[in-house]
Ligand binder design. Structure first.
Ligand code: NDP
Length: 314
């Protein structure tokens, strides 16, 4: 009923299917979380930055599913890299829980905590106000200390390229359990996935359906595979990622879609053939490569498939 799971390097199991909550309005997300838990989801992906953790917490309590049966993730917002526990404590209070299953560094880009905005501070030229003096390895040390304190079970990163992972790995005493990335058929990141595998870091797919207004759901190659197996295009997109042992975080506030994504992903996993997966693996290289999430951080992020005008620092 609760779906497939995979073991993290921390020793904890993570359900492979989680509900995404970005852009879910507070008044919608209570019901979305409740519907998901009723449908069998046992994993909810949250973030301080989504501004709806209080409502996610309400949905969890409304469902009646015990806290111990639910895998809850939240993320450190970028203006809190120097004060990780402060951000974590706000998420714990908002969600109404006393520990998190997984806590991620949301972006490898510390922002000025004393800038002109508490969430997205900007410089006079309009670019984001990056805290260039702060080291990611020091953020990571603070996350490690919070594991020791019992407030977090597993820790990981998000939007980290190999370049950014190499900034924390040499001094890490805990290897990140996961890296949450934009992963879908148009952005498969094969090279980064191979690197993560070599480090035993589990990939999590955000925007697995191609995010809001996704063109993937109408793509002729995806639709043709879905028709062949009597699946929806969304099922194929999700089943493809499950077949690669990638954690999926489809977001929906529509109860029928929440149920369909949970069932359909697993049905697609059992129906997709190795040839289907190989075909989907090759779509990006065949000219369909596309990212949907492109925030204008004015720093080098190190993603080969994420062209940015910022040069690699010396
Ligand atoms: P998704 O790829 O999950 O797509 C969500 C969109 O697809 C919504 O518009 C939803 O509509 C629609 N949808 C959902 N199911 C179906 C379906 N079966 N058929 C048709 N349309 C459907 O996008 P997100 O960008 O939200 O990514 C998922 C999650 O990943 C986020 O919610 C968040 O938790 C995480 N994330 C993390 C990021 C990071 O930086 N770490 C960045 C971005 C996302 P509706 O809700 O109206 O049903």
């Amino acid at each position: 009923m609760s779906g497939p799971s995979i073991k993290l390097s921390s020793g904890y199991d993570i359900p492979l299917i989680g509900l995404g909550t970005w852009q879910s309005k507070p008044e919608e997300v209570v019901n979305a979380v409740h519907s998901a838990l009723e449908a069998g989801y046992r994993h909810i992906d949250c973030a301080w930055g989504y501004g709806n953790e209080k409502d996610v917490g309400e949905g969890i309590r409304k469902s009646g599913v015990p806290r111990s049966e639910i895998f809850i993730t939240s993320k450190l917002w970028s203006t809190y890299h120097r004060r990780v526990e402060e951000c974590l404590d706000q998420s714990l209070t908002n969600l109404g829980v006393d520990y998190l299953d997984l806590y991620l560094i949301h972006w490898p880009v510390p922002l000025n905590q004393n800038g002109n905005h508490p969430m997205i501070p900007t410089l006079p030229d309009g670019t984001r106000d990056v805290d260039k003096e702060w080291k990611l390895s020091d953020t990571w040390k603070q996350l490690e200390a919070l594991v020791a304190k019992g407030k977090i079970r597993s820790i990981g990163v998000s939007n980290f390229s190999e370049y950014n992972l190499e900034k924390i790995l040499p001094t890490a005493t805990i290897v990140p359990a996961v890296n949450q990335l934009e992963l879908h058929v148009f952005n498969p990141q094969h090279k980064l996935l191979a690197y993560l595998k070599s480090k035993n870091i589990i990939p999590q797919a955000y925007s697995p359906l191609g995010s809001t207004g996704s063109p993937l759901l109408k793509d002729e190659d995806i639709v043709s595979i879905s028709e062949k197996h009597s699946l929806s295009a969304a099922d194929v997109l999700l089943g493809y990622l499950l077949a690669k042992q990638i954690v999926i975080l489809p977001k929906s506030v529509t109860p029928a879609r929440i149920v369909a994504n949970f069932k359909g992903a697993q049905e697609a996993l059992s129906k997709l053939t190795p040839e289907d997966v190989a075909k989907l693996d090759g779509l990006a290289a065949a000219g369909k490569q596309k990212r949907f999430i492109t925030p204008p951080w004015p720093v080098y992020l190190g993603f080969e498939d994420w062209p940015q005008p910022y040069p690699k620092p010396e």
